[in-house]
Design a protein. Structure first.
Length: 431
């Protein structure tokens, strides 16, 4: 093996199988996941959450990818078929969808993250990878996995856990890795009340990102052993990782910005508020997550719509968007947007103001409306004169309102449905 770093990274990426865990329910996102799995939730004006993990794989040179699905996977699978069908099997590239199929003798759905891999163990053997990288399909970040692979191999580890450095006071909501000065993991604690500091970094703890690199023999053996244990919940974070810290060589990998050496951008968008906040961060003049980086594109499926349109140039009736992301097919007709994200085919009527909000695809907002800190789910029709986000007590009677004052609006909350044949066709095509 060529141990010069660029060549080693390329070779390791070619010999690695990526498995993206995309079966999560995402219940903390409330009504946003009533029709779709969490990885299929729209993000950033044109993407799905899963596009970030998949784009990281492709940009890292990992082009053998399996996506494990389970919960309400219809829209996710449809998106995968449209957005990720450009791989060429003739040269060993693929994105395979691995739905729960009750493949074992117990005839069960996936019982945990480790069980999901175990139920596909024959497929893993067929692909015969040297290394397996296991990823969550529900986080927002850009990461070159090949660097983590190189450090895994050079350290001689059986498994490596991707981690992000966070302030100790914020680490109580994560699984925290205790490490020595060589970044070898000495202990794993799930949501500790008093997280341990990193050596030489007081006030900083290492939180697990849910990213794991495994050497083949260790992973296959461990999955088979775990499947036989009646005391296991068959989960990587709860069982596999903590149970093998002292019997295997376990390394931590700190995900840092290559240019500054500081902790890199990584967001868990598991709640309505964190989802809203991560979208709002994109409206900054220079957001920490750069979607315009041509060297690290985020791939997705783009429906064919015309360019966004802003009409009327009259005082008090001017279509404009400030510090906002506006997608194709949107029409602002004498309306204003500030610090907001709109997905495709959104229309906003005369004299309406949308501020600090996320508007999902094919929403129609009428005239003389005011929306502040609102998330509007796909296909909703907001009647003329509607005001949301200014009186939260009134909003709570109809909509879901977070403790931070973010209002989530869905079709059901508005008493609407896509019942007609045409609207149902639209929904099914683009959910």
């Amino acid at each position: 093996m060529d141990f010069s770093r660029p060549n080693l990274a390329r070779e390791l990426s070619r010999n690695t199988l990526a498995l993206v865990l995309a079966g999560g329910e995402g219940s903390r996102l409330k009504n946003l996941t009533h029709r779709r799995a969490k990885p299929a939730v729209p993000f950033g004006g044109k993407y799905r959450i899963i596009d970030f993990a998949l784009s990281n794989c492709v940009n890292s040179g990992i082009r053998r990818i399996g996506v494990l699905t389970q919960y309400k996977s219809d829209s996710l699978i449809r998106h995968m078929q449209r957005a990720w069908n450009f791989m060429r099997a003739e040269i060993g590239e693929f994105v395979e969808i691995l739905p729960a199929q009750q493949r074992t003798e117990k005839k069960e759905w996936y019982q945990g993250t480790a069980d999901a891999l175990y139920q596909n163990l024959d497929i893993l053997h067929r692909h015969d990878p040297e290394y397996v990288i296991v990823l969550g399909g529900d986080h927002i970040y850009k990461m070159d996995y090949s660097d983590m692979l190189v450090k895994h191999v050079l350290s001689g580890a059986d498994f490596t856990v991707g981690c992000i450095e966070v302030p100790v006071e914020e680490a109580t909501g994560f699984g925290v890795m205790s490490v020595d000065t060589d970044m070898r993991i000495t202990k794993f604690t799930e949501k500790p009340k008093q997280p341990e500091h990193m050596p030489g970094k007081p006030g900083v703890a290492l939180a697990s990102m849910g990213i794991y690199v495994f050497s083949r023999e260790f992973l296959f053996r461990t999955l088979s052993e775990d499947a036989l244990s009646d005391d296991s919940s068959h989960d990587f974070g709860k069982d596999i990782i903590p149970n093998h810290i002292h019997t295997a060589k376990a390394q931590a990998y700190a995900f840092r910005n290559e240019r500054t050496g500081e902790p890199a951008y990584w967001r868990d968008v598991g709640t309505v508020y964190s989802y809203w906040k991560a979208n709002m961060e994109l409206c900054a003049v220079e957001p920490e997550l750069n979607l315009y980086d041509r060297l690290w594109p985020i791939w997705t499926y783009q429906p064919q719509y015309p360019p966004a349109k802003f009409v009327f140039d009259e005082d008090g009736r001017r279509g404009e968007a400030i510090d906002s992301l506006v997608s194709a097919g949107c029409i602002l007709s004498g309306a204003r947007m500030k610090r907001s994200v709109t997905f495709f085919a959104v229309t906003i009527g005369n004299n309406s103001l949308v501020k600090d909000s996320i508007i999902l695809p094919k929403v129609s907002i009428g005239s003389n409306c005011r929306l502040t800190k609102v998330i509007v789910d796909k296909g909703c029709v907001i009647p003329d004169g509607t005001v949301i986000g200014e009186n939260l007590e009134e909003d709570k009677k109809r909509f879901y309102v977070t403790d931070e004052g973010i209002v989530l609006v869905t079709l059901e909350m508005l008493g609407q449905s896509l019942s007609s044949r045409d609207k149902e066709h639209i929904w099914r095509m683009d959910t």
